[in-house]
Design a protein around this ligand. Structure first.
Ligand code: HEM
Length: 398
Protein backbone atom coordinates (compact mmCIF):
# COMPACT_ATOMS: atom_id res chain seq x y z
CA UNK A 1 0.00 0.00 0.00
CA UNK A 2 2.66 2.49 1.12
CA UNK A 3 4.50 2.01 -2.18
CA UNK A 4 1.59 3.68 -3.98
CA UNK A 5 1.90 6.82 -1.89
CA UNK A 6 3.32 9.93 -3.63
CA UNK A 7 6.70 11.60 -3.17
CA UNK A 8 8.44 8.71 -1.42
CA UNK A 9 11.84 9.43 -2.93
CA UNK A 10 11.76 13.16 -2.24
CA UNK A 11 10.34 12.81 1.29
CA UNK A 12 13.04 10.31 2.25
CA UNK A 13 15.39 13.16 3.23
CA UNK A 14 13.13 15.55 5.14
CA UNK A 15 14.38 14.46 8.58
CA UNK A 16 17.97 13.79 7.50
CA UNK A 17 20.32 15.89 9.73
CA UNK A 18 22.68 16.46 6.77
CA UNK A 19 19.88 18.31 4.96
CA UNK A 20 19.63 20.96 7.68
CA UNK A 21 23.38 21.36 8.11
CA UNK A 22 23.43 22.72 4.55
CA UNK A 23 20.71 24.38 2.41
CA UNK A 24 17.40 22.45 2.53
CA UNK A 25 15.52 24.79 0.17
CA UNK A 26 16.18 23.06 -3.18
CA UNK A 27 14.60 19.88 -1.76
CA UNK A 28 11.57 21.81 -0.47
CA UNK A 29 11.12 23.56 -3.82
CA UNK A 30 11.05 20.14 -5.50
CA UNK A 31 8.57 18.79 -2.93
CA UNK A 32 6.24 21.80 -3.36
CA UNK A 33 6.35 21.42 -7.14
CA UNK A 34 6.11 17.64 -7.40
CA UNK A 35 4.63 16.20 -4.21
CA UNK A 36 3.36 18.80 -1.69
CA UNK A 37 1.96 15.97 0.43
CA UNK A 38 4.66 13.28 0.28
CA UNK A 39 5.11 10.05 2.21
CA UNK A 40 8.22 9.34 4.28
CA UNK A 41 8.45 5.58 4.14
CA UNK A 42 11.13 5.03 6.75
CA UNK A 43 9.48 6.88 9.65
CA UNK A 44 5.89 6.67 8.39
CA UNK A 45 4.58 10.24 8.07
CA UNK A 46 3.36 12.73 5.46
CA UNK A 47 5.65 15.68 4.71
CA UNK A 48 3.44 18.73 4.01
CA UNK A 49 5.37 21.55 2.32
CA UNK A 50 2.95 24.13 0.84
CA UNK A 51 1.56 27.17 2.68
CA UNK A 52 -2.07 26.32 1.88
CA UNK A 53 -1.84 22.73 3.11
CA UNK A 54 0.18 23.56 6.25
CA UNK A 55 -2.39 26.20 7.25
CA UNK A 56 -5.19 23.76 6.50
CA UNK A 57 -3.69 21.16 8.85
CA UNK A 58 -2.98 23.81 11.52
CA UNK A 59 -6.47 25.25 11.21
CA UNK A 60 -8.44 22.01 11.68
CA UNK A 61 -7.61 20.52 15.09
CA UNK A 62 -10.58 18.16 14.92
CA UNK A 63 -9.14 16.33 11.90
CA UNK A 64 -5.45 16.90 12.73
CA UNK A 65 -4.77 16.61 16.45
CA UNK A 66 -1.71 17.61 18.47
CA UNK A 67 -2.24 15.26 21.42
CA UNK A 68 -0.65 12.27 19.66
CA UNK A 69 2.72 14.04 19.38
CA UNK A 70 4.19 17.07 17.67
CA UNK A 71 7.58 15.55 16.81
CA UNK A 72 8.47 12.70 14.47
CA UNK A 73 10.32 11.08 17.39
CA UNK A 74 6.99 10.81 19.20
CA UNK A 75 5.21 8.73 16.54
CA UNK A 76 3.54 5.85 18.36
CA UNK A 77 3.90 7.42 21.82
CA UNK A 78 0.86 7.98 24.03
CA UNK A 79 0.78 10.30 27.02
CA UNK A 80 -1.37 10.03 30.16
CA UNK A 81 -1.41 13.86 30.21
CA UNK A 82 0.03 16.37 27.72
CA UNK A 83 3.78 16.92 28.32
CA UNK A 84 3.50 20.48 26.95
CA UNK A 85 0.66 22.85 26.03
CA UNK A 86 1.61 22.20 22.39
CA UNK A 87 0.54 18.57 22.88
CA UNK A 88 -3.01 19.48 23.90
CA UNK A 89 -6.22 19.90 21.91
CA UNK A 90 -9.43 21.76 22.78
CA UNK A 91 -11.14 21.85 25.19
CA UNK A 92 -8.09 21.27 27.45
CA UNK A 93 -5.88 23.46 25.25
CA UNK A 94 -8.33 26.36 25.47
CA UNK A 95 -8.25 26.23 29.28
CA UNK A 96 -4.43 25.98 29.40
CA UNK A 97 -4.06 28.85 27.00
CA UNK A 98 -6.42 31.08 29.01
CA UNK A 99 -4.29 30.42 32.02
CA UNK A 100 -0.90 31.45 30.58
CA UNK A 101 -2.04 34.07 28.08
CA UNK A 102 -2.28 36.96 30.61
CA UNK A 103 1.48 36.70 31.24
CA UNK A 104 2.16 37.40 27.54
CA UNK A 105 -0.49 39.97 26.66
CA UNK A 106 0.64 43.09 24.72
CA UNK A 107 0.65 45.39 27.77
CA UNK A 108 2.95 42.99 29.68
CA UNK A 109 5.30 42.68 26.70
CA UNK A 110 5.26 46.46 26.17
CA UNK A 111 6.24 46.98 29.78
CA UNK A 112 9.25 44.73 29.18
CA UNK A 113 10.57 46.99 26.40
CA UNK A 114 13.06 48.93 28.59
CA UNK A 115 14.35 45.70 30.19
CA UNK A 116 14.88 44.01 26.83
CA UNK A 117 16.46 47.17 25.41
CA UNK A 118 18.90 47.54 28.30
CA UNK A 119 19.94 43.88 28.03
CA UNK A 120 20.38 44.09 24.25
CA UNK A 121 22.32 47.38 24.38
CA UNK A 122 24.66 45.96 27.01
CA UNK A 123 25.40 42.85 24.93
CA UNK A 124 25.78 44.78 21.65
CA UNK A 125 28.07 47.36 23.26
CA UNK A 126 30.57 44.55 23.90
CA UNK A 127 30.83 43.67 20.19
CA UNK A 128 34.08 45.23 18.95
CA UNK A 129 34.05 46.46 15.34
CA UNK A 130 36.63 44.85 13.06
CA UNK A 131 36.97 41.62 15.08
CA UNK A 132 35.76 38.14 14.14
CA UNK A 133 32.94 37.49 16.62
CA UNK A 134 30.72 34.44 17.09
CA UNK A 135 27.34 36.08 17.70
CA UNK A 136 25.81 32.82 18.97
CA UNK A 137 27.41 32.86 22.46
CA UNK A 138 27.92 36.63 22.53
CA UNK A 139 24.39 37.75 21.73
CA UNK A 140 21.93 35.15 20.45
CA UNK A 141 22.18 32.76 23.42
CA UNK A 142 22.24 35.21 26.35
CA UNK A 143 19.55 37.72 25.30
CA UNK A 144 16.49 35.42 25.15
CA UNK A 145 17.68 33.55 28.26
CA UNK A 146 18.05 36.74 30.25
CA UNK A 147 14.65 37.99 29.07
CA UNK A 148 12.73 34.78 29.73
CA UNK A 149 14.49 34.21 33.07
CA UNK A 150 13.49 37.74 34.07
CA UNK A 151 9.91 37.20 32.91
CA UNK A 152 9.55 33.88 34.70
CA UNK A 153 11.34 35.20 37.77
CA UNK A 154 14.39 32.87 37.67
CA UNK A 155 17.37 34.63 39.30
CA UNK A 156 19.99 35.87 36.82
CA UNK A 157 22.75 33.72 38.30
CA UNK A 158 20.84 30.62 37.23
CA UNK A 159 20.45 31.47 33.55
CA UNK A 160 23.42 29.36 32.47
CA UNK A 161 21.68 26.33 33.95
CA UNK A 162 18.60 27.30 31.95
CA UNK A 163 20.78 27.19 28.84
CA UNK A 164 21.84 23.58 29.47
CA UNK A 165 18.31 22.57 30.35
CA UNK A 166 16.80 23.95 27.19
CA UNK A 167 19.55 22.40 25.04
CA UNK A 168 18.74 19.02 26.57
CA UNK A 169 15.07 19.22 25.61
CA UNK A 170 15.22 20.12 21.90
CA UNK A 171 15.80 17.03 19.74
CA UNK A 172 19.04 17.24 17.74
CA UNK A 173 20.17 20.51 19.38
CA UNK A 174 23.22 18.91 21.01
CA UNK A 175 24.89 15.52 20.77
CA UNK A 176 25.20 14.96 24.53
CA UNK A 177 24.66 11.39 25.82
CA UNK A 178 20.99 10.52 26.38
CA UNK A 179 21.59 9.95 30.15
CA UNK A 180 22.98 13.47 30.52
CA UNK A 181 19.97 14.94 28.72
CA UNK A 182 17.56 12.93 30.90
CA UNK A 183 19.38 14.03 34.08
CA UNK A 184 19.28 17.68 32.98
CA UNK A 185 15.58 17.47 32.16
CA UNK A 186 14.82 15.97 35.58
CA UNK A 187 16.92 18.71 37.25
CA UNK A 188 15.06 21.38 35.28
CA UNK A 189 11.65 20.09 36.31
CA UNK A 190 12.70 19.84 39.98
CA UNK A 191 14.14 23.33 40.00
CA UNK A 192 11.26 25.06 38.23
CA UNK A 193 8.44 23.22 39.99
CA UNK A 194 10.21 23.75 43.35
CA UNK A 195 10.67 27.48 42.69
CA UNK A 196 7.04 27.84 41.66
CA UNK A 197 5.68 26.05 44.70
CA UNK A 198 7.82 28.28 46.91
CA UNK A 199 5.96 31.27 45.40
CA UNK A 200 2.69 29.97 46.91
CA UNK A 201 3.96 31.18 50.27
CA UNK A 202 5.69 34.31 48.94
CA UNK A 203 4.23 35.46 45.63
CA UNK A 204 6.03 38.11 43.53
CA UNK A 205 5.27 39.86 40.22
CA UNK A 206 6.43 37.16 37.86
CA UNK A 207 5.12 34.29 35.76
CA UNK A 208 6.22 31.69 38.35
CA UNK A 209 3.91 33.36 40.90
CA UNK A 210 1.03 33.53 38.40
CA UNK A 211 1.35 29.81 37.77
CA UNK A 212 1.78 29.09 41.48
CA UNK A 213 -1.54 30.73 42.26
CA UNK A 214 -3.41 29.72 39.09
CA UNK A 215 -6.32 27.31 39.25
CA UNK A 216 -7.75 24.88 36.71
CA UNK A 217 -11.30 23.77 37.48
CA UNK A 218 -11.01 25.24 40.98
CA UNK A 219 -7.78 23.36 41.85
CA UNK A 220 -4.18 24.55 42.01
CA UNK A 221 -1.98 23.09 39.28
CA UNK A 222 -0.49 19.67 39.91
CA UNK A 223 3.27 19.13 39.66
CA UNK A 224 2.78 17.56 36.21
CA UNK A 225 0.79 20.58 35.01
CA UNK A 226 3.31 23.03 36.45
CA UNK A 227 6.14 21.14 34.75
CA UNK A 228 4.25 21.23 31.47
CA UNK A 229 3.86 25.02 31.50
CA UNK A 230 7.29 25.81 32.87
CA UNK A 231 9.32 23.61 30.56
CA UNK A 232 7.42 24.92 27.58
CA UNK A 233 7.86 28.56 28.54
CA UNK A 234 11.54 28.20 29.25
CA UNK A 235 12.41 26.21 26.16
CA UNK A 236 10.06 27.78 23.61
CA UNK A 237 11.45 31.24 24.12
CA UNK A 238 15.14 30.35 24.04
CA UNK A 239 16.06 28.14 21.15
CA UNK A 240 13.72 29.95 18.79
CA UNK A 241 14.59 33.59 19.46
CA UNK A 242 18.28 32.63 19.58
CA UNK A 243 18.09 31.32 16.06
CA UNK A 244 16.09 34.27 14.80
CA UNK A 245 18.90 36.53 16.04
CA UNK A 246 21.86 34.42 14.86
CA UNK A 247 20.44 33.28 11.52
CA UNK A 248 18.86 36.71 10.94
CA UNK A 249 22.23 38.45 11.35
CA UNK A 250 23.87 35.93 9.01
CA UNK A 251 21.14 36.62 6.43
CA UNK A 252 21.79 40.37 6.65
CA UNK A 253 25.55 39.82 6.46
CA UNK A 254 24.98 37.91 3.23
CA UNK A 255 22.78 40.73 1.86
CA UNK A 256 24.60 44.04 2.57
CA UNK A 257 22.07 45.92 0.39
CA UNK A 258 19.27 44.90 2.78
CA UNK A 259 21.30 45.95 5.82
CA UNK A 260 21.97 49.31 4.14
CA UNK A 261 18.23 49.73 3.45
CA UNK A 262 17.47 49.24 7.13
CA UNK A 263 20.18 51.75 8.12
CA UNK A 264 18.81 54.33 5.70
CA UNK A 265 15.19 53.83 6.72
CA UNK A 266 14.77 52.51 10.29
CA UNK A 267 10.96 52.54 9.84
CA UNK A 268 11.59 49.30 7.92
CA UNK A 269 12.75 47.52 11.09
CA UNK A 270 9.34 45.93 11.88
CA UNK A 271 8.90 44.59 8.33
CA UNK A 272 12.58 43.58 8.42
CA UNK A 273 11.93 41.47 11.52
CA UNK A 274 8.92 39.80 9.82
CA UNK A 275 11.07 39.04 6.79
CA UNK A 276 13.84 37.56 8.95
CA UNK A 277 11.21 35.40 10.67
CA UNK A 278 10.01 34.18 7.27
CA UNK A 279 13.56 33.72 6.03
CA UNK A 280 15.00 31.88 9.04
CA UNK A 281 11.85 29.97 10.15
CA UNK A 282 13.33 29.26 13.62
CA UNK A 283 10.79 26.46 14.12
CA UNK A 284 11.27 24.30 11.04
CA UNK A 285 8.46 21.84 11.55
CA UNK A 286 5.87 20.36 13.91
CA UNK A 287 3.67 17.31 13.54
CA UNK A 288 -0.05 16.48 13.81
CA UNK A 289 -1.94 13.18 13.54
CA UNK A 290 -5.09 12.54 11.50
CA UNK A 291 -8.03 11.63 13.75
CA UNK A 292 -10.15 10.34 10.83
CA UNK A 293 -9.75 9.46 7.16
CA UNK A 294 -9.46 12.59 5.06
CA UNK A 295 -7.66 14.00 2.03
CA UNK A 296 -5.12 16.74 1.56
CA UNK A 297 -4.51 18.17 -1.89
CA UNK A 298 -6.16 15.11 -3.37
CA UNK A 299 -3.97 12.70 -1.38
CA UNK A 300 -5.91 10.23 0.81
CA UNK A 301 -4.84 10.39 4.47
CA UNK A 302 -5.70 7.48 6.75
CA UNK A 303 -6.87 7.75 10.37
CA UNK A 304 -3.73 7.70 12.54
CA UNK A 305 -1.37 8.99 9.84
CA UNK A 306 1.16 11.52 11.18
CA UNK A 307 1.72 14.73 9.15
CA UNK A 308 4.86 16.86 9.43
CA UNK A 309 4.08 20.53 8.71
CA UNK A 310 7.22 22.12 7.28
CA UNK A 311 6.86 25.82 8.14
CA UNK A 312 10.33 26.35 6.66
CA UNK A 313 9.06 25.30 3.24
CA UNK A 314 5.66 27.02 3.47
CA UNK A 315 7.50 30.28 4.18
CA UNK A 316 9.19 30.10 0.76
CA UNK A 317 6.06 29.07 -1.16
CA UNK A 318 6.09 30.94 -4.49
CA UNK A 319 2.31 30.76 -4.80
CA UNK A 320 2.01 32.97 -1.70
CA UNK A 321 5.22 35.04 -1.68
CA UNK A 322 5.57 35.41 -5.44
CA UNK A 323 8.49 34.72 -7.78
CA UNK A 324 10.90 36.46 -5.36
CA UNK A 325 9.97 34.13 -2.47
CA UNK A 326 13.62 33.02 -2.48
CA UNK A 327 14.93 36.57 -2.01
CA UNK A 328 15.35 38.44 1.26
CA UNK A 329 13.34 41.70 1.12
CA UNK A 330 13.23 43.66 4.39
CA UNK A 331 10.40 45.82 3.04
CA UNK A 332 8.17 42.86 2.07
CA UNK A 333 4.46 43.64 2.49
CA UNK A 334 2.23 41.77 2.90
CA UNK A 335 4.18 39.00 4.56
CA UNK A 336 1.81 36.21 5.63
CA UNK A 337 4.60 33.97 6.93
CA UNK A 338 3.74 31.21 9.37
CA UNK A 339 6.98 31.20 11.38
CA UNK A 340 4.82 31.45 14.54
CA UNK A 341 2.42 28.77 13.32
CA UNK A 342 -1.26 29.33 12.69
CA UNK A 343 -4.55 28.59 14.44
CA UNK A 344 -5.15 27.73 18.07
CA UNK A 345 -1.48 26.98 18.89
CA UNK A 346 -0.21 30.25 17.35
CA UNK A 347 2.95 31.15 19.27
CA UNK A 348 2.15 32.60 22.67
CA UNK A 349 5.47 34.44 22.76
CA UNK A 350 5.18 36.05 19.31
CA UNK A 351 4.97 39.63 20.65
CA UNK A 352 7.94 39.04 22.92
CA UNK A 353 10.02 37.47 20.13
CA UNK A 354 9.15 40.38 17.80
CA UNK A 355 10.19 42.85 20.48
CA UNK A 356 13.53 41.08 20.97
CA UNK A 357 14.09 40.99 17.20
CA UNK A 358 13.35 44.70 16.82
CA UNK A 359 15.45 45.78 19.75
CA UNK A 360 18.51 43.76 18.70
CA UNK A 361 18.28 45.03 15.16
CA UNK A 362 17.96 48.64 16.29
CA UNK A 363 20.93 48.30 18.65
CA UNK A 364 23.09 46.84 15.86
CA UNK A 365 21.95 49.27 13.16
CA UNK A 366 22.68 52.19 15.47
CA UNK A 367 26.21 51.03 16.15
CA UNK A 368 27.61 49.43 13.01
CA UNK A 369 27.85 50.59 9.40
CA UNK A 370 27.79 47.04 8.10
CA UNK A 371 28.39 43.39 8.87
CA UNK A 372 29.90 40.48 6.98
CA UNK A 373 30.41 36.76 7.39
CA UNK A 374 34.01 36.46 8.61
CA UNK A 375 34.37 32.80 9.56
CA UNK A 376 32.37 29.65 10.22
CA UNK A 377 28.57 29.47 10.01
CA UNK A 378 27.45 26.10 11.40
CA UNK A 379 23.91 24.84 11.69
CA UNK A 380 22.70 21.88 13.76
CA UNK A 381 21.05 18.95 11.99
CA UNK A 382 17.74 19.38 13.82
CA UNK A 383 14.63 19.27 11.63
CA UNK A 384 12.60 20.87 14.45
CA UNK A 385 14.54 24.00 15.39
CA UNK A 386 16.78 25.83 12.92
CA UNK A 387 19.72 25.67 15.33
CA UNK A 388 22.86 27.73 14.88
CA UNK A 389 26.04 26.39 16.50
CA UNK A 390 28.33 29.11 15.27
CA UNK A 391 27.97 32.36 13.33
CA UNK A 392 31.25 34.25 13.00
CA UNK A 393 30.66 37.80 11.78
CA UNK A 394 32.64 41.04 11.53
CA UNK A 395 30.94 44.36 12.24
CA UNK A 396 32.03 47.59 10.58
CA UNK A 397 32.44 50.73 12.69
CA UNK A 398 29.70 53.34 12.25
C1 HEM B 1 11.45 33.75 17.00
C2 HEM B 1 10.94 33.20 18.06
C3 HEM B 1 9.83 32.19 18.08
C4 HEM B 1 9.31 31.41 17.08
C5 HEM B 1 9.72 31.37 15.62
C6 HEM B 1 8.26 30.61 17.67
C7 HEM B 1 7.49 29.68 16.95
C8 HEM B 1 6.45 28.96 17.49
C9 HEM B 1 5.66 28.02 16.75
C10 HEM B 1 5.84 27.65 15.29
C11 HEM B 1 4.73 27.52 17.60
C12 HEM B 1 3.69 26.45 17.28
C13 HEM B 1 2.52 27.06 16.64
C14 HEM B 1 1.60 26.08 16.03
O1 HEM B 1 1.70 24.86 16.20
O2 HEM B 1 0.71 26.58 15.34
C15 HEM B 1 4.94 28.15 18.89
C16 HEM B 1 4.18 27.90 20.01
C17 HEM B 1 4.48 28.41 21.25
N1 HEM B 1 5.44 29.36 21.56
FE1 HEM B 1 6.72 30.21 20.26
N2 HEM B 1 8.15 30.91 18.99
C18 HEM B 1 9.08 31.87 19.29
C19 HEM B 1 9.30 32.47 20.52
C20 HEM B 1 8.59 32.19 21.64
C21 HEM B 1 8.76 32.87 22.91
C22 HEM B 1 9.73 34.02 23.18
C23 HEM B 1 7.92 32.29 23.79
C24 HEM B 1 7.72 32.67 25.22
C25 HEM B 1 8.16 32.15 26.21
C26 HEM B 1 7.17 31.26 23.08
C27 HEM B 1 6.20 30.45 23.62
C28 HEM B 1 5.41 29.58 22.91
C29 HEM B 1 4.37 28.76 23.51
C30 HEM B 1 4.01 28.70 24.99
C31 HEM B 1 3.79 28.03 22.47
C32 HEM B 1 2.65 27.02 22.58
C33 HEM B 1 1.35 27.70 22.28
C34 HEM B 1 0.19 26.74 22.27
O3 HEM B 1 0.38 25.53 22.20
O4 HEM B 1 -0.94 27.23 22.37
N3 HEM B 1 7.60 31.24 21.77
N4 HEM B 1 5.99 29.03 18.79
Amino acid sequence: MAGARPGVELAARVVDPALYESDPHPLFAALRAEAPVAWNEERGFWAVTTHEEVTRVEGDHETFCASRGILVDEIGTTYPSPPTILHSDPPAHTRYRRLVQPGFKPSVVKALDPVVRARAEALVSRLEPGEVLDVVPLLAVPLPLLVISEMLGVPEEDWERCYEWSEAVVPGAVDWPEERKQALMAEMVDYLVGATKARRAEPRHDVLSELALAELDGEQLSDAELAMFLVQLLVAGNETTRNLIAAGLVALAERPDQYARLREDPTLVPSGVEELLRWTSPVLSFMRTATRPTELRGVPIAEGDPLLMLFVSANRDETVFGPDAGLLDVGRRPNPHIAFGFGNHFCLGAALARLEGRVVLEAILGRFAGLEVAGAVERTGSHVVAGMRKAELRFGAA
